[in-house]
Ligand binder design. Structure first.
Ligand code: MN
Length: 278
């Protein structure tokens, strides 16, 4: 597991506030499960490179996701979900999970879940782009975006380059997940995130032997951002209220507990001091 955002140097890229790259790994059951846990204030976007995951949530969604598809879950005021590595081969798992901070208009809105079985693609030079959310090079994803944003999977099967047109009002990051890529004149390997500030209208990518990356971008956040456990909020009090609601049990506004397939995950204790936005 690689935590690619937030970093000490950067809390977010546009509304993208959390990026985990997991695997590749082969799992022995039941180590691939994540039990029921709550979220507020964010969207989670899941994108797999290999394997399969079964998603369940308190809206009643039950959805298997495989490579090439997106699961986009909007927490709003509160949702509970769980994930199970799908039974049987392949038991490998490799992918990314990303969090998108919701704007004020949606932070306390109703939860939602969207499964996108197919996504638009484009080709530029040696790279194939799959637009997961937002739009790039004339391809627009049907994903339920709540603020100006772009997220694109970029694959070069072999050597070559590409020039991506960028929205100048967005800040962007290139997150490399496979191979070594040159981003303008900077080499980046898996585990590295290269940040591109606003005002850029293009970026050059080059792969010497092939590689894979994500381009993430959006309008810079203009609000405080506080991430604690599975909650994204603006203030300590919002976090504390969500934690208390979750730990209260039934009738907590996070959905029907009776339907969970396994014990819910308790929230850790809050730190003794007040949480401060970054
Ligand atoms: Mn989760």
């Amino acid at each position: 597991m690689r935590r690619l955002l937030p970093l000490a140097e950067r809390r977010a890229v546009g509304p993208w506030c959390f990026v985990d790259h997991f695997g590749p790994a082969r799992l022995a059951p039941p180590s691939g499960s994540v039990g029921p846990h709550p979220h507020i204030g964010l969207q989670t976007l899941t994108w797999l490179y290999a394997g399969a995951i079964e998603h369940g949530d308190s809206l009643g969604s039950r959805q298997r996701i495989v490579p090439g598809q997106v699961n986009l879950m909007t927490a709003g005021r509160g949702i509970v979900h769980w994930e199970l590595t799908a039974d049987g081969p392949p038991r490998e798992v490799h992918g990314v999970q990303l969090w998108i901070a919701l704007p004020d208009a949606d932070r306390f809105g109703p939860p939602a879940f969207q499964h996108l079985p197919t996504l638009p693609t484009f080709h530029d030079g040696a790279f194939r782009g799959t637009v997961l959310i937002g739009a790039l090079h004339g391809a627009r994803s049907p994903a339920d975006a709540r603020s100006p944003i772009v997220g694109v999977d970029l694959v070069a099967p072999g050597p070559g380059d590409a020039t991506l047109r960028l929205e100048p009002s967005f800040e962007h990051a290139v997150v490399v997940t496979e191979g070594t890529l040159w981003v303008d004149e900077e080499a980046a390997a898996p585990g590295e995130t290269l940040f591109l500030p606003t005002g850029r209208d293009a970026v050059a990518l080059r792969a010497e032997r092939g590689g894979r990356a994500m381009l993430l971008g959006g309008a810079p956040l203009d609000a405080p951002l506080l991430i604690w456990w599975n909650f994204v909020a603006r203030t300590h009090d919002e976090i504390a209220a969500a934690r208390a609601r979750w730990m209260d049990g039934a009738g907590n506004g996070f959905g029907d507990r009776g339907d969970y397939p396994s014990p819910a995950i308790p929230a850790p204790p809050l730190p003794p001091s007040r949480l401060l936005p970054r």
